[in-house]
Design a protein around this ligand. Structure first.
Ligand SMILES: Nc1ncnc2c1ncn2[C@@H]1O[C@H](COP(=O)(O)OP(=O)(O)OP(=O)(O)O)[C@@H](O)[C@H]1O
Length: 341
């Protein structure tokens, strides 16, 4: 288990105070947040690049302050592959084992096994300058994994790769991480990458932990409007609920809750459906709107609809009638899908 306990770090324009996080053995955890929220600061504290900080980092029960990455049992993969240019692929991968005094036969055997797992069988004798960006990054991952680290730190390892390749490497990493049961702390600002790879995601907001949870829970139960917005819920309204009606200065619509003072109500775009009729079934609610804009992207209709001064986004894969700007229609939703924050 990895524990970050009451971590604090101040820069002129940045404050992190009492930051706590627990990563279980074998868990894939991602630090996700906008630029400048403190992701690299945390990685630097864990790796030891930053020595001046408050709190303690524990890896498998041991304090890590002042120890080298090797003593801590850490391996790291960065955005750039940082391979040794004069060594071939298998020697790059086996380099850490060599430093540990492992025999040549044993270390090359291990290096070749990991390279095979990463789809690089046959590339052992090549040099880094003969490899593509994606291949270099796979060698970096092999080099980190071969050490069987207690914690693998990965700082935006795929951000320099094009989208297709990034997807392939994410899939490969997920498979290998599960097989090796590696404990990983991954850093990204790419929401989809974090949701795809992680057992748990820590969302950071300006040095603070906004929420730490599984991808599903983050999506179902965001703890604040910040988290809801950050994970891509675009329909967030503030208002009150009285007698089963949510309202603010501009909108009013039925909900299943009876009373609430000062609430944020969130509705996922993909939980809404547009219709031409006002009728509803069972647990559904409906409200009226006017189409402001519509587009068709990646197989889905994206509609921006004015609902009395506020705009709501609807995403659906099929629309049974032609959509035109300025047309009036109804938006149906299941009251169970409403998230109150
Ligand atoms: N050595 C430093 N001296 C002064 N300020 C720093 C230093 N390192 C980081 N900061 C500041 O601390 C804040 C957090 O930086 P950090 O690099 O941890 O963010 P990040 O979330 O990793 O951002 P990005 O996604 O852009 O890499 C930023 O405002 C940054 O300017």
């Amino acid at each position: 288990m990895v524990i970050l306990e009451d971590i604090g770090k101040n820069y002129d324009n940045f404050k992190m105070k009492n930051f706590n996080l627990k990563i279980e053995k074998g868990e894939f955890v991602t630090l996700l947040g906008e630029s400048g929220c403190g992701k690299t600061t945390l990685l630097n504290i864990i790796s030891g690049l930053t020595e001046d900080y408050d709190g303690e980092v524990y890896i498998q029960g041991e304090k890590t302050r002042g120890k080298s990455p090797k003593e801590k049992g850490l391996s790291m993969v960065f955005q750039d592959s940082l391979l040794l240019p004069n060594l071939n692929v298998e020697d790059n991968v086996a380099f850490g084992l060599k430093m540990m005094g492992i025999s040549k036969k044993k270390r090359l055997e291990k290096a070749r096994d990991v390279l095979k797992e990463l789809g690089l069988g046959g590339f052992e004798k090549r040099h880094p300058y003969d490899l593509s960006g994606g291949q270099k990054q796979r060698v970096s991952i092999a080099r980190a994994l071969v050490m069987e680290p207690k914690l693998l730190l990965m700082d935006e390892p795929f951000s320099a790769l094009d989208e297709g390749l990034r997807g392939k490497l994410q899939k490969l990493l997920k498979k290998i991480q599960k097989k090796h049961k590696s404990t990983v702390l991954f850093v990204t600002h790419d929401r989809n990458e974090a949701f795809y790879l992680s057992d748990k995601i820590a969302i950071l907001d300006n040095g603070k932990l906004a929420q730490f949870d599984t991808p599903l829970n983050l999506y179902k139960k965001p703890s604040s409007p910040f988290v809801a917005k950050f994970i891509g819920i675009n329909n967030i309204f503030t208002g009150k609920i009285k007698d089963g009606i949510f309202y603010n200065e501009t909108i009013e619509f039925p909900v299943k809750f009876s009373e609430a003072e000062k609430v944020c109500l969130a509705l996922k775009s993909e939980d809404l459906r547009v219709t031409l009729e006002e009728k509803t079934d069972g647990n559904e609610g409906v409200f009226k709107g006017i189409v402001k804009d519509s587009s068709f992207k990646s197989g889905f209709y994206h509609l921006d609809i004015d609902i009395g001064g506020e705009c709501i986004e609807v995403i659906q894969n099929r629309v049974e009638f032609p959509i035109e700007n300025h047309m009036e229609l109804y938006i149906r939703y299941n009251k169970d899908n409403i998230i109150l924050i």
